[in-house]
Unconditional design. Structure first.
Length: 210
């Protein structure tokens, strides 16, 4: 098995200590940092995304894999000029106003980062105006709204209204997700896409920026 495969396997199995050691060994051995990311760490996470989507891996395992990938990325990051880091696009994401749930959102972020998105996380309980400001400041291609409560999902519509009122709605695609959210709700409020889980969210975002 090549070093890249062994590193990928450590990500897939969520063995973050092994991922850290292997990444450090490859750095010390002079392996190209971009290859460590693409052919080792992200390659492993791509397998995880497929297995998660198929129901062959569960949330705790995906969290461990994401941690293993992040530990490796943190070691490699300082070696790469920021211009060289593969970037799929920029997304601003947050849990909408009144809602404190962030486990699902954080999982979505990990998946997006694993496929090369630059993610700006606004956190939880994010007011519509804060999303508007973030669009102006960060100029993302996509805004991601998460909600776990049937009450707070209504604030997704409020956020869309605020983006429209500020004249920035046309500048971004808006995707929505979270347990009570459905495709029908997405269509009803005029969002651009709905993702039922983190793997679908990452596929959807890739499609929206391509
Ligand atoms: Co809350 N809670 N909670 N809670 N909580 C639910 C959501 C609830 C269904 C539990 C229940 O009653 N059965 C219920 C909502 C009922 C409803 O609205 N119909 C509920 C309630 C009522 C509440 C409180 C009001 C309880 C109270 O205080 N009386 C309160 C509200 C606080 C607030 O937000 N203002 C509250 C508080 C909490 C905790 C703080 C204790 C904790 C949150 C901790 C945290 O997030 N840091 C919590 C938890 C953990 C849950 C449950 C048990 C688990 C949620 C979770 O993390 N799931 C939840 C019950 C449940 O969902 N079965 C519940 C795992 C996570 C990986 O899944 O978040 O669905 P999920 O994310 C998925 C997808 O939805 C999707 O991808 C993710 C990964 O696959 N996804 C997106 C999510 N966001 C996305 C965004 C996207 C795309 C996909 O694009 C942008």
């Amino acid at each position: 098995m090549s070093d890249f495969n062994t590193l990928s396997e450590s990500v897939i199995s969520g063995n973050f200590r092994l991922a850290k050691d292997l990444t450090q060994k490859m750095i010390d051995g002079g392996t190209n940092p971009i290859q460590i990311i693409n052919e080792g760490l992200i390659a492993g996470m791509n397998v995880v995304a497929v297995r998660f989507k198929a129901g062959d891996m569960y949330v705790p395992e995906v969290m461990m894999s994401a941690k293993a990938m992040s530990v490796g990325i943190e070691l490699v990051k300082p070696l790469i000029a920021s211009a060289d880091i593969p970037t799929t696009g920029k997304i601003v994401i947050g849990t909408v106003s009144g809602d404190m749930h962030d486990i699902g959102k954080n999982l979505v972020i990990m998946m997006l980062e694993s496929v090369g998105f630059n993610v700006v996380d606004l956190g939880v309980d994010v007011k519509p105006e804060a999303f508007v400001e973030a669009v102006k400041e960060h100029q993302p291609q996509i805004i991601g709204l998460s909600a776990l409560l049937t009450t707070t999902m209504l604030n997704m519509k409020e956020t869309l209204v605020a983006l429209e009122a500020a004249g920035v709605r046309e500048k971004v695609k808006v995707i929505v997700g979270g347990a009570p959210v459905t495709q029908a709700f997405c269509d009803q409020i005029g969002a651009d896409g709905y993702a039922e889980d983190a793997a679908v969210a990452s596929d959807l975002c890739k499609k929206l920026v391509s």
